[in-house]
Structure formats: structure tokens, C-alpha cells
Design a protein around this ligand. Structure first.
Ligand code: FE2
Length: 339
């Protein structure tokens, strides 16, 4: 093989690589021009669609933190949706609905909600969403409907809670316990809300584990035999068990992920399967579109690799001093004295 042959192959490989990168961008173009789902395609309406489901063998999908309204996020979510829509192939088990654990928008602006409604339309199953801390409360009601509600599907009871503010209040606990009592008539109870009742990424500044509501919530779930609690907020996958309750953090629905892949920082959704008295789940890890891998994810992992040469830890965290000060309610002077 001559020298010119090698350079010709190199050129072909480069051209194929560029073509694959451009191809990975294409799904965004029709997305920009499409119409979204209507505001009446909301939580209440989608719960109604489950009414006639029968049998005790079914599946549902959970994702979180798609943060619609940023090109990087939407491209990843579109790719995830392509996979979600194929989950019912082979007609093995019906996929009854898709549940979002909140942060459906980048930052709660109207255009972000409009982008979310397009994503919702791309999902071929009914979508039910919890509110996240990035979703404007009024606009969420306008586009998605109820923020706190419960519903039944086949042999299971589902409770959706609104804890975007960071905790659950006294009246919410009363309502939750009422729902948990109702849920005893079913084989399974599932809860969805945005913020996890524990720390899925303990090296981060945000600390939930030692908050009284979180402990109380976990104990309550244990007492009433909740099967699974789905949350998002942290852009990662994490599974923990408290008092026999599976706690699943699924915040990999599209938002640019800042946590290292090795710690659970990857794009994914979760598919849950209920078979009479059994509940199982699978994590569907989705690779980002090639253009996004090259412009962000490759660099993110490289940063952690370099970071680990001389230290370790989470690089994208907020300024620790400012956050500690904020949490403790101290001004600059008090902080340094306290320190
Ligand atoms: Fe988020």
C-alpha cells in the first residue's frame, strides 16, 4: 500500500467522522419547527388515560431533570425519547406512562415550558410530571396542571409530591400519610418528587441527609411499605435503600451532567417493571449525541481525569465558602470568626 493510499483512507475516515457528527445534530432541526403538546395534555388528563388499564403486569418509565430550553439538553432528551418510544417493542409488556421527577425546564421561563411541551409531544406514552425547583410554579400549573396528587394504575398507587422548595411541610406530611393509608389497599406504592430525601452526591455543598423532613419522610415510607421513591435534582443516577424502600435518583434526563460518569453522572432513564407482587427496574444509559460528546462530555471527563492527577473531588460545585455562609446565615465577618 502506497503513501497516497494511507492518506486517502485517513481522509475517508475524517469525512465519515464529520458526517456522523453532523448527522447526530439533525434531530434538533425538526424539533425547532414542531408544535408542542397542548396545555390540556396535562397531569390530570394523563392520569385519566390510565383508568381502563387492567392486569398486574406492566411497566413505566421514569426520568428527571431534562431542563428543556437549552440546545444541549434538548438534543440529549430527544435521543432518550427515541429509546423510550422503543421500550414497548416486541409487545412483551405494556408501557403505561412516563413519569418525570421534575426540573422539566432550564429555568422556568415560558419558552422553556414551550420546549418541554414539544418533548412531551415526542413521547408516545402519557406523561405525568412532578415540579422541580427550576420550574416556575404558575407556569407549571398552566402547562402541566396539578403539582401534588395521587393516582392508581392497575395494582399500584402513585403519589406525586411537591418538594421543589427543599422540604415537605406539616400539612404535606398529613396529606402524604393519608395517601399512604389509602395505598395499603394496593400491592405497591410509588412516590415521585423532585428533591431526594438524602444526599446522592455527598461531596457536594448541598446537604439534605441531616434535614429533619428527610429523615421523617424516609421513616414514614418504611412504615407504610413504600416500594420505590423516585427523585431527581442531582444530575446523576443513584440507588440507596432505607428501611427496605428503594430510593432512586434519576436526574439524567437531558441536562448537561457535571458529575463524573464513574460516580453516576451519565444520561439515562429508568424503566420499572411491575409483575404482580414483584417490582424490578433497569437503568437505560444513553450516550450523548456525537456532536455533544465532542463539545462537552469528552471535556468534562478529561477535566476530572486531570483533576485526579493532583487531587480529587467535584469540580463544578459552587463556591463552598459562599454556600456554607448562606446555609449558616453568616455574613463575611461572622464566617471568618466562626471558621
Ligand atoms: Fe436539575
Amino acid at each position: 500500500m502506497g503513501f497516497t493510499d494511507i492518506s486517502r483512507w485517513k481522509r475517508i475516515i475524517v469525512i465519515l467522522f464529520i458526517a456522523a457528527t453532523v448527522y447526530s445534530f439533525l434531530p434538533l432541526i425538526p424539533f425547532w419547527f414542531m408544535e408542542g403538546a397542548g396545555p390540556d395534555d396535562n397531569n390530570q388528563a394523563n392520569v385519566e388515560k390510565l383508568r381502563d388499564n387492567r392486569g398486574a403486569y406492566f411497566s413505566f418509565i421514569v426520568f428527571g431533570d431534562n431542563h428543556a430550553g437549552l440546545i444541549f439538553n434538548d438534543a440529549s432528551t430527544i435521543k432518550e425519547i427515541w429509546h423510550m418510544n422503543r421500550e414497548d417493542r416486541f409487545w412483551k409488556v405494556p408501557i403505561d406512562f412516563v413519569l418525570s421527577a421534575g426540573d422539566i425546564t432550564l429555568d422556568g421561563k415560558r419558552p422553556h415550558f414551550l420546549a418541554y411541551k414539544k418533548l412531551q409531544k415526542l413521547i408516545k406514552f402519557p406523561v405525568i410530571a412532578a415540579i422541580g425547583n427550576h420550574d416556575d410554579r404558575q407556569l407549571f400549573e398552566e402547562f402541566c396542571g396539578d403539582k401534588e396528587f395521587s393516582f392508581s394504575n392497575r395494582n399500584s398507587y402513585f403519589i406525586v409530591l411537591d418538594n421543589e422548595g427543599g422540604q415537605l411541610g406539616e400539612s404535606q406530611f398529613r396529606w402524604l400519610e393519608e395517601q399512604l393509608r389509602k395505598g395499603q389497599e394496593y400491592d405497591h406504592i410509588f412516590i415521585a418528587m423532585h428533591k431526594p430525601p438524602f444526599d446522592p452526591c455527598q461531596q457536594e455543598w448541598y446537604n439534605m441527609d441531616n434535614q429533619p423532613w428527610a429523615y421523617r419522610f424516609r421513616k414514614l415510607c418504611g412504615r407504610y411499605n413504600v416500594d420505590m421513591v423516585f427523585t431527581g435534582h442531582k444530575h446523576m443516577f443513584k440507588h440507596e435503600r432505607f428501611d427496605g424502600v428503594d430510593n432512586i435518583v434519576t436526574g439524567g434526563g437531558g441536562m448537561l451532567i457535571e458529575i463524573p460518569e464513574a460516580d453516576g453522572g451519565y444520561l439515562h432513564y429508568v424503566r420499572v417493571m411491575v409483575n404482580h407482587d414483584y417490582v424490578t427496574y433497569e437503568v437505560r444509559k444513553i450516550s450523548p449525541p456525537l456532536w455533544e460528546y465532542l463539545t462537552y462530555y469528552l471535556g468534562k471527563e478529561a477535566m476530572y481525569w486531570f483533576r485526579n492527577l493532583y487531587g480529587s473531588g467535584y469540580i463544578f460545585g459552587r463556591n463552598t465558602r459562599i454556600e456554607r455562609q448562606r446555609v449558616a446565615g453568616l455574613n463575611d465577618c461572622e464566617y471568618w470568626l466562626w471558621k
